[in-house]
Ligand binder design. Structure first.
Ligand code: DGL
Length: 260
């Protein structure tokens, strides 16, 4: 039987948080995941560099018969989604619009915070996505250059240095009296519990989880769901599979990682 895959990419382990939700929500789907570990972090790159990396990611994933492509990286979504959609006739989904929509639904006081990489914050894409829904909602975006590289290197929410950095960012959001925060980098999902503990009254939104909601809806609408096959899952990296396997195990256990 011909296999069709959902292609998913990120610069690193953040994208696996989306794959985890994907497997839970759409257990029959074939998935090919790529982490561009060679070029991680994307968040400190220029828009042109991020587009170049994303095109390369697409070329690797496009060796498989794709039925949809999920950019499980806010940074790549903010810089390269349009460019990627021009490369292919399969639907290309991002994470930003889905998370912005959910945040607009959840906020009561119309103040949303966004934690994201410097490139995502610079792009202004979260502000744009929220204001396309409601121009009266205030958006406070904070660039967090340290977090994704620290998470990629295997440091957890209990790491004292990372906890201190996170606390300082969350204090800034608290001071702005936001009632909803978007984890606008898929890597930050591993901090979700810590953020909830530190901000118990604030609604915490995962861009990874929101994107899978959109993907499910799209596959259902287009009658593209995989009904009757043993799903295949392929995990690729552009560098250092052994190191990746170790850090990835905090999100998905017992996966085989191959070099792309
Ligand atoms: N996980 C990526 C995101 O959602 C970015 C990490 C990086 O800086 O490479 O933005």
């Amino acid at each position: 039987m011909k296999r069709e895959y959902i292609g998913v990419f990120d610069s690193g382990i953040g994208g696996l948080t989306a794959v985890k939700h994907l497997i839970e929500e759409l257990p029959n789907e074939n998935v090919v995941f790529l982490a561009d570990t060679l070029n991680m972090p994307y968040g400190s790159k220029s828009k042109e560099q991020i587009i170049e990396c994303s095109l390369n990611d697409f070329d690797i994933l496009n060796r498989y018969d794709l039925k949809a492509l999920l950019i499980a990286c806010n940074t790549a979504d903010s810089a390269a989604r349009k460019t990627l959609q021009k490369q292919t006739s399969v639907p290309v989904l991002g994470v930003i619009e889905a998370a912005a929509r959910e945040a607009c639904r959840e906020t009561k006081n119309r103040k949303i915070g966004v934690l994201a990489t410097p490139a995502t914050v610079r792009s202004g894409k979260y502000e744009k996505a929220v204001h396309a829904i409601d121009t009266d909602i205030e958006v406070y975006s904070i660039a967090c250059p340290e977090l994704a590289p620290m998470i990629e290197s295997g440091r957890t929410a209990d790491d004292p240095e990372m906890a201190e950095i996170l606390k300082a960012y969350l204090k800034q959001l608290k001071d702005r009296q936001i009632d909803t925060v978007i984890l606008g980098c898929t890597h930050y999902d591993v901090l979700q519990k810590k953020v909830k503990d530190l901000l118990p009254d604030i609604h915490v939104i995962s861009s990874s989880a929101c994107a899978i909601g959109d993907l499910k809806e799209l596959l259902m609408k287009r009658d593209l769901l995989n009904k009757d096959c043993e799903p295949e899952r392929i995990y690729l990296v552009t560098a250092d599979p052994e190191r990746f396997k170790k850090t990835a195990s905090a999100i998905l256990k017992n996966i085989e990682i191959d070099k792309a």
